[in-house]
Design a binder for this molecule. Structure first.
Ligand SMILES: CC(C)(COP(=O)(O)OP(=O)(O)OC[C@H]1O[C@@H](n2cnc3c(N)ncnc32)[C@H](O)[C@@H]1OP(=O)(O)O)[C@@H](O)C(=O)NCCC(=O)NCCS
Length: 191
């Protein structure tokens, strides 16, 4: 229910909710090492209670209109997710993020899903700016930001201690008029 098709390969975007905790844990376990290279999600989902607590925190955000999390299902299996970690309606600024298990990478699932969410953020919710915070070592995620038409605005040097190593965070963003111009030029751009 409430699924948005992402193409003709069976990929779907759906709300990711507390009752998906078991599915989320199984998915994270399939991708724990891959997903955890640059982001802390696997560390906050160590077990079923952790999965439930993390999903509940996003249910609370959704209730307060302060963020949301969405799952990507491929042939009925949860393989990744997209989120608005930060959502601030008064300022029109939000921050998006993503992850996939390794078997689902390289098929454009995140790019396709984020396009749906960016259309919604800009056109239905009237947001003005969507940010993407990414480790400067995370080439695949920087590739997603580029494909979404984002610009690299700067770098927070060594601001994020991740698993004992200080990493730098690049800030990428796309503004509503830039998104509209790009969509008008290439409304169904595959890549
Ligand atoms: C970041 C991450 C989600 C990127 O995954 P990804 O598969 O490269 O991203 P997409 O789903 O958008 O797929 C893009 C790839 O599919 C290809 N592709 C195939 N069909 C496509 C389509 N219809 N549209 C767009 N790209 C398509 C692209 O060419 C690209 O491959 P390439 O990089 O070899 O050129 C993944 O590396 C990941 O989960 N990493 C761990 C967690 C993480 O770091 N999250 C980001 C935190 S900022």
């Amino acid at each position: 229910m409430y699924a948005t098709s992402l193409g003709d390969d069976g990929a779907e975007l759906r709300p990711l909710e507390v009752w998906h905790a078991g599915e989320l844990l199984a998915h994270i376990d399939r991708g724990r090492e891959f997903i955890g290279r640059h982001v802390g999600l696997p560390d906050v989902v160590p077990d079923l209670d952790g999965a439930r607590a993390w999903l509940r925190s996003y249910a609370d955000k959704r209730g307060a209109d302060a963020g949301s999390v969405h799952g990507i299902w491929l042939d009925g299996r949860l393989v990744g997710g997209l989120l608005f970690r930060v959502w601030d309606t008064p300022s029109g600024v939000c921050e998006a993020g993503c992850w996939l298990e390794p078997a689902a990478a390289g098929r454009g699932l995140v790019t396709r899903g984020m396009r749906v969410l960016l259309d919604w953020a800009f056109e239905e919710r009237g947001m003005h700016r969507v940010e993407w915070h990414v480790s400067s070592a995370n080439e695949p995620s920087i590739g997603v930001a580029r494909r979404l038409g984002m610009s690299r605005e700067g770098v927070l040097r060594e601001n994020y201690p991740h698993r004992g190593v200080r990493t730098s965070t690049e800030i990428w963003a796309v503004l509503a008029p830039e998104w509209r111009t790009a969509r008008a030029r290439a409304p169904h751009s595959g890549r």
